[in-house]
Ligand binder design. Sequence first.
Ligand SMILES: Cc1cc2nc3c(=O)[nH]c(=O)nc-3n(C[C@H](O)[C@H](O)[C@H](O)COP(=O)(O)OP(=O)(O)OC[C@H]3O[C@@H](n4cnc5c(N)ncnc54)[C@H](O)[C@@H]3O)c2cc1C
Length: 408
Amino acid sequence: MKNCDVLIIGGGPAGSIAAANLAQKGFSVEVIEKVDFPRFVIGESLLPQCNEILAKNNLLEKVTQKGFILKAGAIFINEAKEVETYHFRENIGEPFNTSFQVKREEFDHTLLLGASEFGANVQHGVEVTAYNEVKNIVSTVDREGNKEEYQARFVLDASGYGRVLPRLLDLDIPSELKTRQAVFTRIENDIRPEGELAGYITIFIHGDNDAWIWVIPFADGITSVGIVSTEEYFEKMNMEEEAFWNHVIYSNVNTKERFKNATKVRPVGKIGGYASNVKTMHGKGFAMAGNATEFLDPVFSSGVTLALVSGDLAADLIAKELNGETVDWQTEYEEYMMLGIDVFRDFVNTWYDGRLQKVFFSPLKKEQYTRSISSILSGYVWNKKNVFVGDSEKKLDMLIKMIDASIK
Ligand SMILES: Cc1cc2nc3c(=O)[nH]c(=O)nc-3n(C[C@H](O)[C@H](O)[C@H](O)COP(=O)(O)OP(=O)(O)OC[C@H]3O[C@@H](n4cnc5c(N)ncnc54)[C@H](O)[C@@H]3O)c2cc1C
């Protein structure tokens, strides 16, 4: 049996930011990561809120040194060729207004190496298999079949899609969001916009909101291109993944131009049923962060932001608790996280029912709401000065009604 202050399951963004935070505070941290890094994972577009958390944990410089392309906004284009561009600098006064487009294999590896340099002990090729929540003992097994047990003062589950504690403790609940899927690849030789817009993410709406396409440019000229649709839409097409990708990209009025010279540099992949939820984000001696809690949808690139914010906040609260202070995990952690998650959820819901696109492409451009939306798209979903933070469903509803009335 080994001992540590904090055992972290998973070395993705949630786990590595928590490890970096706690190691710098002087705690003994054990990170158990199932696979070797660098490893491929989808989710390549970051938001300015990420930079704030990276800076807080002394990791922003390391990430900047990697030379990732600067992302300073998001472009939305529909099949009528209407274009709406959000520049992150046009926000309501947030501290950061740029972020990066990253190959996650490089970004995640940089963060985990950073955590290790700060003193966290990182083990690759070791899997968490069991958890005794009464004694706070975690069981692991390595690739050779060697078993180990860890007595931790606190356990943080940052296992992402692995959802280790939700599964072991029966905390998983289905997401309320409709099941969607993504078909994606990486290509070279696309025709990018010029100047600073070259680093923006572009979201193309396909058909009558049947699907949408992400276009994420990387610094080395490679571009990530993925199509998100409902499972029914994919099945109705009755095609293999690659044929589906080709069909959508080359039938879309916008993407067929942008990718006319493109060649794939990676096989087309598919991921589905990724939306997930949990009964609770914490218990006595343990908490969950990042995708191991609730994952909504990729449309506003919120996943890594939520992973970094939750990993960092959980680490601050773990440190407080291990230092003998009382922590109210429900209000200080779960309710805080839910404030931001709920904002993204309302934006996701109005995106899929088509009403948010009405806002985006409305001729009625009000600087005041455009700045508020830009802050949300930058990942600043906890800033209560933003009209959309807290009761965002109602606020979006009011805005949409106002736009409807102006059109009549
Ligand atoms: C189609 C799609 C597109 C997306 N696009 C974006 C985007 O553009 N921007 C964005 O911000 N987000 C995006 N996301 C979401 C984003 O990828 C995730 O939210 C993010 O990776 C979550 O980070 P994490 O640290 O919680 O988990 P992960 O990054 O999944 O890391 C978890 C780690 O835990 C390890 N692990 C799992 N089980 C075990 C175990 N039993 N023992 C030990 N280790 C274990 C895994 O090997 C993994 O390395 C997208 C998601 C999808 C599905």
